[in-house]
Design a protein around this ligand. Structure first.
Ligand code: MG
Length: 383
């Protein structure tokens, strides 16, 4: 199953209603999708998390010419080859995002050629359905007294759809954040709630917000502080009870090893479209388990990454094992994204807050070629 051709597709869509979080507002969505065609007639698809145009260049100019002709079945061997090819100047960043999308596409192709789903390739499904949490409640450009009730209403809407867990954004400013944390808990006393600041806080602010999350029994505090200051996690953990989750800005087993060594983090959140791909995510999961902690993927993007994360969680075990383990939750982004909702003819089915694990060979989601054309603003092909 020799790699014959690698295509990249920079997909873009503009949003009806811009939305924001602690760092910026989105008015469009972009993603780089990779298509690997083999001489056996099988194609694999993957996606990358990060700046699509820059990653596209890394795939087209650097990795694709080097791996044409290799056997797509050899996912780990190709990963190792790509890693060594760029090791001296790119042990992370957008080059690793490029490797991640290529790796994801290779897993898809491998599954299709063997007639196995990615969760079977990852060691086998432990569950056919994965519970999801809704990610939403982003900011709108409104005065805070108008915004707050809308966010709470949005959260109640997810609960009414059947989501038993959901994640809010914090990091707008600590006064607003506290009000929001309390208001949502009051509206949803029995829902599992989490909060994500996207590294918005300094240490004293993170302690203040962490105490509000403690008081309202939130399930985790995500990216409370900057990934540039990993030693803050341990200091924060000593002051608050809510578990600390982080890792969507981190990559490779070596990156997570440092994160774990610094202490204070209870949940790792590698993104399979950025951390090094499914191959590396499995190694990060193994690393996490050796330290007695869990890894659940960060998911932001289209159906390919959602499917990869669903297979990853279908094959996951909870550390430590027990008869009634805690759910390892799949992140299900509910913000507007036509690239997730209008690009595919076969998608991951999510109903009442539960994702059904695809059983078709490979990732089990299918891009509609006609839809692809409508979103494709720049394509490349390497043979
Ligand atoms: Mg996050």
């Amino acid at each position: 199953m020799k790699i014959e051709c690698i295509r990249t597709h920079h997909l873009r869509c503009h949003l009806d209603k811009p939305f924001g979080f602690s760092q910026w507002f989105y008015d469009q969505r972009n993603v780089l999708v990779i298509e690997i065609v083999t001489d056996s007639g099988v194609s694999g698809w993957g996606e990358c998390y990060g700046p699509a145009d820059v990653i596209q260049s890394a795939v087209e100019k650097f990795y694709a010419p080097r791996i044409i002709g290799m056997d797509a079945i050899n996912t780990d061997a190709i990963w190792q080859f790509m890693w060594r090819a760029s090791l001296d100047f790119a042990r992370g960043g957008v080059m690793m995002a490029a490797m991640s999308g290529i790796d994801m596409a290779l897993w898809d192709a491998k599954g299709k050629s063997l007639g196995l789903s990615v969760s079977e390739l990852m060691g086998g499904r432990q569950r056919d359905v994965v519970p999801c949490y809704a990610t939403g409640m982003y900011y709108l450009d409104l005065p805070e007294d108008e915004l707050l009730p809308l966010l709470v209403e949005e959260g109640v809407g997810y609960a009414n759809e059947g989501f038993k867990a959901m994640k809010i954004k914090v990091g707008k400013n600590p006064d607003f954040d506290e009000k929001f944390i309390y208001a949502l808990r009051e509206a949803l006393p029995n829902t599992e709630l989490m909060a994500d600041s996207n590294h918005a806080f300094d240490l004293p602010e993170a302690i203040r917000i962490g105490r509000a999350l403690d008081a309202c029994k939130y399930g985790w505090f995500e990216e409370p502080v900057s990934p540039q200051h990993p030693h803050f996690f341990k200091q924060l953990h000593e002051k608050i009870d809510v578990p600390i989750a982080t890792g969507e800005c981190e990559q490779t087993r070596w990156g997570y090893q440092k994160l774990i060594e610094n202490g204070g983090v209870q949940l790792l959140q590698a993104d399979l479209a950025y951390c090094g791909g499914p191959s590396e995510a499995l190694k990060i999961r193994t690393l996490a388990s050796t330290h007695g902690i869990n890894m659940i993927p960060h998911v932001w993007g289209t159906q390919l990454n959602l499917a990869a994360a669903t297979h990853f969680l279908a094959s996951a075990y909870h550390e430590p094992g027990r008869a009634e383990p805690r759910d390892l939750l799949l992140e299900y982004d509910r913000t507007e994204n036509p690239l997730r909702d209008e690009l595919y003819s076969e998608m991951v089915e999510v109903k009442k807050g539960q994702a059904t694990v695809p059983t078709a060979p490979g990732l089990g989601v299918t891009i509609d070629r006609n839809a692809l054309k409508t979103f494709d603003i720049n394509g490349t092909e390497t043979r």
